[in-house]
Design a protein around this ligand. Structure first.
Ligand SMILES: [Zn+2]
Ligand SMILES: [Zn+2]
Length: 241
């Protein structure tokens, strides 16, 4: 055991863990710099009861949720998708910073724990990436985040409960409606599925909720009664507030 401690110490010295906010070496024994921790865009104030997006004081639902009926029952996010989160997530997804998945997953769990416990989900299901993308990237970032959430909640992580059958291109440029249609048939039940009454989907970003909806619809068709979602960050434009 002692050898392991020494070895970890040496690994930390040689390959310091990088802070997901400033991307520099984090202080020894830390996963994020204390100053950077303060820059994390925690969601504060009232949020939409359905999707977890920030809303104005006194509003129960956001403009989207007042119009669309979601397939998931409720969703929460930990952070706003601001410049800090955008860079951290981009590094995790496109620059091979796999270790950020763990740090961000823990931060997410720490700030959403109370709400997540209220969901009483029996299992944790990451939003899958296409097998081809997973091969290219080497991992599914949502799964890394989900692992920390599952560990915190002490619930099983069903990593391959869902599979992504469609290799979808980046959908940033598509309208909300086009995303929805595009995603409808993108997911299927995978080999890791086990019948549960309720599940918690985990993803990195919540934009329109169409990914969470598509996954929830597939799980519900397979008999899951309640599907919740937690995402690291929620996309929001300042004009929404
Ligand atoms: Zn930092
Ligand atoms: Zn909403």
């Amino acid at each position: 055991m002692r050898g392991g401690v020494v070895k970890n110490y040496l690994i930390d010295l040689l390959y310091p863990r990088r802070c997901p906010v400033c991307q520099d070496a984090a202080p020894y024994g830390e996963e994020i710099c204390p100053e950077c921790r303060k820059r994390l865009p925690y969601i504060r104030g009232p949020v939409c009861l359905r999707c977890g997006r920030p809303v104005r004081e006194g509003e129960a639902l956001c403009a989207d949720c007042a119009e669309i009926r979601h397939d998931f029952d409720a969703a929460v996010s930990g952070f706003l998708y601001d410049d800090v989160m955008r860079e951290a997530v981009a590094a995790l997804k496109y620059k091979g910073r796999k270790e950020y998945g763990r740090v961000l997953g823990r931060l997410l769990y720490a700030c959403t724990e109370k709400k997540l416990r209220r969901f009483r989900a029996e299992a944790v299901v990451p939003v899958p990436v296409h097998a081809k993308k997973k091969r290219e990237r080497g991992y599914n970032q949502a799964e890394l985040i989900a692992r920390e959430v599952a560990e915190g909640l002490k619930k099983p992580l069903l990593a391959d409960a869902l599979i992504r059958t469609k290799y979808t291109k980046a959908m940033k440029t598509l309208s909300a409606k086009a995303r929805r249609t595009n995603l409808r048939s993108a997911f299927e039940i995978g080999p890791g599925f086990v019948p549960v009454r309720s599940a918690l989907i985990v993803d990195d970003i919540y934009t329109t909720g169409s990914t969470a909806d598509a996954c929830a619809a597939v799980l519900k068709e397979a008999g899951v009664k309640e599907v919740f979602a937690v995402t690291l960050a929620v996309g929001i434009s300042t004009s929404d507030l």
